[in-house]
Write a protein that binds this ligand. Structure first.
Ligand code: GLY
Length: 366
């Protein structure tokens, strides 16, 4: 078992990582349930995990009604938020109670936000079931829903009380989803940990084909990196937490072009976005061409998109830049970009000209 503390003063909590943890989750939930029910919010895709969790809770005498919501990004909506908060109120959830989010990023973001506003804030526990949620979205307290104007535009910082990660649940995750989550694992190496990127080059393929030890190591390492960065900048005010958005500005434009559909998963867009951020950095002499090629080569090796063509995006450079103009990180008309001086040397650049970005994108193979 690995325990990664997230140190945030009064909002501190532990991330507990262990294969098979779901079968004995109730041991960890009992102290915070205080004899009260713990409703579980899940989607139909995680039904087997829900059964395992409920069996563990029942054996420990913890009750908790399951609330099933439709799988998919469309559930991060006002309508679903209303349905969920109404149901939680019907169930009599009190401020000191905890709701369990069992699922991927959609469930975690929705339940996190619902509990942030229910009775001005009650508790929640994250039990993430996708690699992406395990290494990124379940840790750090970003919660929210989508607005007509864009993704994640309505939300709150609301830290969970505990995060329980069972890497064994990944055995049943579709390979495409696993790979998409793996892009966020590699991202931690690219941000500030060149040695970890080297580890990914050595072990990434094995991790994706089922090497349990490699999975557990990668999850623990990623969660530690995330906990460290969030601990330094919980509310994304100093620029430190913004490093976690590496690949996201380029990636967001690709996702927007794909209509935020299954045509391009978020993690796939992040992979292509990281390759483009390194390509842009190399084209401007900020990092070596070798480093940019290493990033692209790793995506090719594991079957993640290394650019526009591989991501299946053939939009014009102008169209992509237009999507960037609407990025929620825009400030005073300027978009902050995460660029790199090398692998493990990402930095925030607030002076990037969109005209330069457009010229760079126009030269990329479509
Ligand atoms: N996923 C980026 C962050 O949590 O800040």
């Amino acid at each position: 078992m690995t325990i990664v503390p997230v140190a945030l003063g009064a909002r501190s909590y532990d991330v507990v990582i262990e294969a098979g943890l779901l079968t004995r989750a109730a041991e960890l939930l009992a102290p915070i349930s205080r004899g009260r029910p713990m409703p579980i919010v899940a989607d139909a895709n995680v039904a087997p995990h829900l059964d395992t969790l409920r069996a563990s809770m029942a054996a420990a005498g913890i009750t908790g009604e399951a609330i099933i919501i439709p799988a998919g990004e469309a559930s991060k909506s006002w309508a679903m938020l209303e349905r969920l908060t109404d149901r939680l109120l019907e169930l009599g959830v009190e401020r000191g109670d905890h709701v369990i989010a069992l699922g991927g990023g959609v469930i975690g973001d929705l339940v996190g936000f619902a509990t942030a506003i229910l009775k001005r804030g009650c508790g929640f526990v994250q039990i993430p079931t996708t690699l992406l949620a395990q290494v990124d979205s379940s840790v750090g307290g970003k919660t929210g829903i989508n607005a007509r104007a864009g993704k994640n535009l309505i939300g709150a910082f609301h830290q969970p009380k505990m995060v329980l990660i069972d890497p064994a649940v990944l055995d049943t995750l579709p390979l495409r989803q696993l790979k998409a989550g793996y892009a966020e694992v590699v991202k931690y190496g690219l941000i500030d940990d060149a040695a970890f990127f080297g580890w990914c080059e050595e072990n990434g393929a094995a991790l994706l084909t089922g090497d349990a030890a490699a999975r557990e190591y990668a999850i623990a390492h990623s969660v530690s990196a995330k906990a460290r960065i969030v601990g330094e900048d919980e509310f994304e005010t100093t620029g430190r937490r913004a490093l976690l958005n590496l690949g996201h500005t380029f990636g967001h434009a690709l996702e927007a072009e794909a209509g935020f559909s299954d045509k391009l998963l978020h993690g796939e867009a992040v992979a292509a976005g990281c390759a483009l951020a390194f390509g842009y950095s190399a084209a401007h002499g900020l990092c070596s061409a070798e480093d940019a090629l290493r990033v692209a080569a790793h995506w090719q090796e594991v079957g993640l998109p290394d650019g526009l063509a591989a991501a299946g995006i053939n939009a014009s450079a102008e169209q992509l830049v237009e999507h960037m103009r609407h990025d929620k990180k825009a400030s005073g008309g300027q978009i902050p970009f995460l660029l790199a001086r090398g692998i493990g040397q990402t930095y925030l650049d607030k002076q990037v000209s969109l005209e330069d970005v457009r010229s760079f994108l126009a030269l990329q193979p479509h």
